[in-house]
Ligand binder design. Sequence first.
Ligand code: AHR
Length: 650
Amino acid sequence: MRKILALLTALALLPLSGALADTLTADASVTTAEMSDTLYGLFFEDINHAADGGLYAELLNNRSFEYEDILNPRPSDHFTGWLFGMTAGAKGRTTLMTEGGLNENNPTYIRVTGEAGEYRFANVGYSNGGLTGGVTIEADTTYKSFVYLRSAGYEGEVRVALTTRVGEELAEPVLITPTEEWQRYDMTFASTRQADAILSFTLLGTGELDIDMASLMPADAFGSDWPGGGLRTDLVEALMELHPRFLRFPGGCVAEGSYTWDNAYNWKDTLGPVEQRKENFNTWGYMQSYGLGYYEYFCLAEALGAQPLPVVHSGVLCQARSPRESSMTIAEVEAYAQDILDLIEFATGDTATEWGALRAEMGHPEPFDLRYVAIGNENWDMEYFARFRVLNNIVKEAHPEITTIVAAGPVAEGALIQNSWRTIRAQFADSVVDEHYYMDSAWFLDNTTRYDRYPRTTGVFLGEYAAHEPAVGGRRPNNLYAALCEAAYLTGIERNSDVVRMACYAPLMARDGMYQWSPDLIWFNARQVLRTPSYYVQQMFAETLGDFVVESSLDTDSDRLYQVVTRTDSQLYIKLVNVSENVEEITLSLLNVPDGIAAFRQLSGDKKATNTFSSELVAPVSGECEIAQGVAELSLPAYSVTILTVALED
Ligand code: AHR
């Protein structure tokens, strides 16, 4: 009889829908840990054409003919993005020149000659090998443009025009009469209609003409008054909507270079007027114009309301790719330390200092709010730590106000990271430790308690992570399931935010059809931005960042339900992640919470669902629920994340 009664009671507790019942209990007045106010941020690297061909608003590809694969150089590299002799039958000659260029950082240019009125050449933008796409032009938009020309015996005019591939004009063309010295010619094009265009140059005169450094950008690009010329507004908006608290840049492997020191990132090459920046072939197999350079990164961080977090190399090239004998000697590292001190001076120095003066000259007399410098990207072992020690000591001695970030290697588990931590705890415990790991989705679910076990003495920066699903057609999908596994993991990160000071998904951006890595948080093409399910998870968590973790407990039969409760002075945030195929009906039992209506945002769908440029299947929806006498009922759909915001009394 007792058994029957127990069964009846259990059946009575089951909701009619057949969904499962859970209870979350929390007392808003009991907090367990202080949270980091910089927990969520961005990791920006020029991988997948995230900068050139992406965030950087320059529409021309290889604008100054410097393109060169430094590992396998070929003269034809320098013609990337350009078409010469475009009029059928028109005679002409194109010569690649390396003497007498614009300046020593920008030595390569093109000398052309051809039949007057016939010979035409053009930049075709980022166009997948020159076959499709082009210079992306919108209707009724003003474009700022410039080009450097020089007459080498050329007599007559050059006609610069924004046209379709077959020559239909999209704006009033400009006529230029070049002189015998290199001269910059500024132009404006007001487009009449949308098109995948080209910027073409037609020789109306005769003789030899030199051309270098052409540029075309929307006049209203974000940051158009920065020396780099500006950023793609729609992509900046996507970054802003993530509410980032820090911006890690410029890499990644890009920051340290791979295979050879020739492609190591030298921040000083990225400053000043764009025509004086020394371009570089990056780790990911394409040229960086550095139009998005260090100054622009600092400005972007400031515009986003984020702490700038530069990553400099440690005297060791990307360890996953490069020969060990390539590392700098300790003596070389000691000399190189000045570069890092100069960087700090550039960001924060008085305008009377050499580098502070350059910052002011570039447009920002006020110092940037630099608090962190990461020394090394994804390094490990004694070779790295010996070099880190030298650089760290020099930086700390000169700038005790700067927190350095030390790398712990590229893996989540095993001897490598354990050894890194052993060394770091013994020698660099006051630095923040940069962990990187890309793991399969299941790992994230199984490791939500990872940081529960960490000693509270040394801070962690989870500088790169993402849940990886099996690749489909060579590309790992950004599906909802991966995003939910990341969300579940973030509940553990929030609970341990006294240890995990910062965390950022990686990589941040990828241009469709021109990528080297998947998954990525944001995909884009020439005109569209695609926010992935992982993007929305990052956004939802970042916009509800608490100051304190609130004590909470979950009574559930589900082994796939994750939660964290946090608060500020005025809001209580309840985050619930259901990574199962069951709907979970949950009762919230809350103490010290006023009655009223609470709002929630919820992301749910098919676990395999992804967003595409033509349809956004996974996006947050809003809802409300009533709290009466500290109790609320919420339905958590299968495969969902729900974040409830409860207003607390002042
Ligand atoms: O995020 C892509 C790459 O992954 C980074 O450049 C590197 O740090 C890591 O190996």
